[in-house]
Design a protein around this ligand. Sequence first.
Ligand code: CS2
Length: 486
Amino acid sequence: MSTEAGLHADLPRLARQNTRPKAGIVHLGLGAFFRAFGAVYIEEAMAQSGGDWGIVGVSLKSPRMRDQLAPQDCVYTAVELGQDGEKLHQVESVVAIMVAQEDPEAVIAAMAAADTRIVSLTITEKGYCHDPATGRLNREHPEIKADLVSELPLSAPGFLVRALQRRKAAGLPPFTVLTCDNLPENGRLVKSIVLDFARLLDPELADWIETRGRFPATMVDRIVPATKPEDIDDLAARTGQFDAAPVLHEPFRQWVIEDDFVPDYGAGARPDLAVAGVELVEDVTAYEHMKLRMLNGTHSSLAYLGYLAGHDTIADTVTDPVFARFVKGIWRNEIIPSFTAPNGVDLQVYADALLARFANSAIRHRTWQIAMDGSQKLPQRILGTMRDNLAAQRPCPGLITALAAWMIYVSGTDLRGQPIDVRDPMAERLKDVIANAPSLSERVPALLGIREIFEPELAGRIVEPVTSAHSRLMENGVIATLEDMA
Ligand code: CS2
């Protein structure tokens, strides 16, 4: 069981079938999600309408993806896992791959190349080096501090600004910054982070970016669990070829993008995404609320509660009737009433489809994976909905219980006293806050007092219900707590 080519030495390595397209996009954060999503749409757009939109993938830190993809000329298999079978597809839109920490200059040069018109990002929430509660650049972030005094950056904001600076100096227009992360108003957010950084470096550069740059907001959706070593071995056994980096994904996909790309390039500003099924709209806000609140909000809720109830995957969790009832209840009573639906979308139909997607047992999406980085995810997934419900005097016991489950989760010990491997950029801080607040009556307010996550006004209003949900979970366990809510 391994991703090592050595164990598959008897098999031929996956190889490119078609000519390599010319590069037009640099993508920061070439993980499983973008390879199963954006890279597939872009390949379809090029196949149908042409254009040079080959993708130069960049891993900011780890050389792993490069080590897996480079020996197979950057091509890989996308495995679509439906409830009743799978479809294989070889993706060929990635044309090169780089590791930023090994050669930051090469990454800046690729981003500053005249042919690069888009820099897209899937660097996860924490990659933006911002303060999740305010959406502003975190100037105390160690990588941001380092990047402000070095021309060879470590952080994504550092790369964006240094590459834009180089384009300006070369007399080139900026590239469009296309964020594909699950953040609220992601386009506006990345714009304000880039401008905050640029202003600290050179106010004139900041003005140039502000007037000439474009940062369209997007809504991205496809469930893509991390590829496991056994997935690689299974695929090799079935196909008789070795692919070190396949991606596994659900059939569903949806990409909504604000059609606001750098105007200097005219029709050459972006691939013909519409032919591939991308929805190009004027404003993504309603789609974003629908997706972040309905999908990601319940995903995180199910992840913390499901994990504490002993469930390994989301599919296992929602096939437990207690959880199915719970999730339907929060959609109906707490999430759907909190925002306005996109035009023509029936949110109850969307919720029913989500439940079927979550229940797809071919997708082994671990609760532990989704539970990661909660400090960066809670505001846009759960807290905004909670705030809107409180403003409308609507109770939201389900989301309150999910938040209490997160508090238990980040304590690092589950309800049976077993250790939890908590992965979160704020893990140490959370542990300290909990250690200094031994009693429950101190713990909940202490956690709610973390300003990077919780707005003070909301925090002040939920101390009591969260404390009571926390003690019910500790005393009665997850299942009895959810049953009592029904
Ligand atoms: C998940 C998302 O890992 C997580 O936190 O909630 O990655 C989710 O699978 C995608 O946003 C689906 O589009």
